[in-house]
Design a protein. Structure first.
Ligand SMILES: [Zn+2]
Length: 417
């Protein structure tokens, strides 16, 4: 992966920020956040987050990605400013619930009308670097979703990356990531098992280029094993119109969340077809999502149907999906500490064996976002299976993410875009 840093572009972002009364640092933060956001092999659709620390009249302030913003189009209001000092006691003050963490962050916003700071804002605040970048890069995910990678990560990166075993995003990851950083104070980034990568540095350029360097090292490890992931590919085949019509009719019957509107986004690329043609494709996709965030948009597993499926085959597969999803909910809700309400049991993703994937949503945007995640997921799974075995987070961890109170609000978005 190449750095796309360009000094003239960086200068332009600095001038724009200063002209608007912002700091140079915030201008550079916007610039490299967009560089990251514009590469689908680094982050997709609201994934990842970035921050910068600035001094404002002697007070340390964190600008961190706000919820509802995408890195590729981020602007200053998408990086709400939070006072850092009042966040520090939470580091050693015992577990905060999600609402308590959000309340703490919101109480320390400079502008109370700002969006909620990222759920990873505390980790950004605690890491003692001006610039912090977090991505879900394709090559990293192919390696992060393997069993027992601690020694391999040490072999590839030496002590430059500290290894963070899987932990729930949000408060738990903030506390654990900070603790592991302090045990490894010379590291330049954090490897998040089953999740992605953090880098940090004194300058925007250095933090961004560390991200590119670490992703490039992951690509080299995959290449060494003959498991180089494909890059993003455009869909090059038309959908089977009859199949989509039969599927649409099954998915939008009364009682379905799609009864009032259903959009389907079919994708078929060489990489997706390789994925969909594997003898065990249905089993591979049932293991889980390539990064925890994805479960919010595409649920823990897709609906799997044969190419050219008849209406009867689709009805049978959908009934099986609803039963499996209901069982998943009941099994996991039983161990939750608070009562959970089941979301609709309909899929947001379809694997058409041998042919392609379909993103589902209540409108075209939601379906497109789901299909984009499925396109990257196919490339991650192909690479992970070529390297070893694709092994994402457990069903219990998927459930905790899908039914996380902070993410429930986003679920309406997952349906409607
Ligand atoms: Zn993440």
């Amino acid at each position: 992966m190449q750095s796309r840093w360009n000094s003239q572009d960086a200068d332009r972002f600095i001038q724009d920020a200063v002209g608007a009364g912002w700091s140079e640092a915030l201008g550079l933060r916007i610039y490299t956040s967009r560089l990251i956001g514009q590469d689908p092999d680094l982050v997709l659709h609201g994934g990842g987050n970035t921050s910068v620390k600035v001094d404002s009249g002697g007070e340390a302030i964190l600008h961190v990605k706000g919820s509802g913003w995408d890195l590729d189009t981020i602007e200053a209001p998408g990086l709400p400013a939070v006072r850092i000092a009042p966040l520090l006691p939470a580091r050693s003050g015992g577990k905060l619930s999600d609402p308590e963490m959000v309340a703490l962050l919101r109480a320390n916003l400079l502008d109370p009308t700002s969006p909620n700071p990222s759920v990873e804002a505390l980790l950004h605040a605690y890491l003692p670097f001006n610039f912090v970048d977090h991505t879900h890069a394709t090559a990293i995910l192919a390696l992060a979703n393997q069993a027992d990678m601690r020694e391999t990560v040490a072999r590839i990166y030496g002590s430059r990356l500290a290894y963070v075993p899987y932990v729930m995003p949000g408060f738990d990851l903030s506390i654990e990531g900070d603790r592991i950083f302090r045990e490894n104070p010379d590291c330049e980034g954090l490897w998040l098992e089953n999740h992605g990568l953090f880098t940090f540095a004194a300058t925007a350029k250095a933090s961004y280029e560390l991200m590119i360097e670490f992703v490039t090292l992951a690509e080299a490890e995959l290449a060494r094993a003959g498991a180089t992931p494909d890059g993003p590919q455009a869909s090059d085949r038309d959908s089977d119109a009859g199949l989509l019509e039969r599927l649409g009719s099954a998915l939008s019957q009364g009682g379905s969340p799609f009864a009032k509107g259903l959009a389907m986004d079919f994708r078929s690329t060489p990489a997706i077809r390789r994925h969909a043609a594997k003898a065990d494709a249905g089993e591979i996709v049932s293991r889980g999502t390539v990064t925890p965030d994805h479960v919010i948009r595409i649920k823990p597993f897709p609906l799997v149907i044969p190419a050219g499926a008849t209406s009867a085959e689709i009805d049978q597969a959908l009934a099986g999906y609803i039963e499996r999803y209901t069982d998943y909910f009941e099994r996991n809700a039983a161990r939750a500490s608070e009562p959970k309400t089941m979301l609709d049991a309909y899929p947001r993703a379809v694997l058409v064996l041998g042919e392609g994937v379909i993103g589902l949503g209540a409108n075209a945007k939601a379906a497109r976002i789901a299909a984009d995640l499925l396109e990257q997921s196919a490339r991650v799974m192909n690479s992970a299976e070529a390297y070893g075995r694709f092994k994402p987070i457990s069903e219990a961890d998927l459930f905790d993410m899908e039914y996380w109170s902070l993410e429930q609000a986003k679920l309406k978005v997952a349906l409607s875009g």
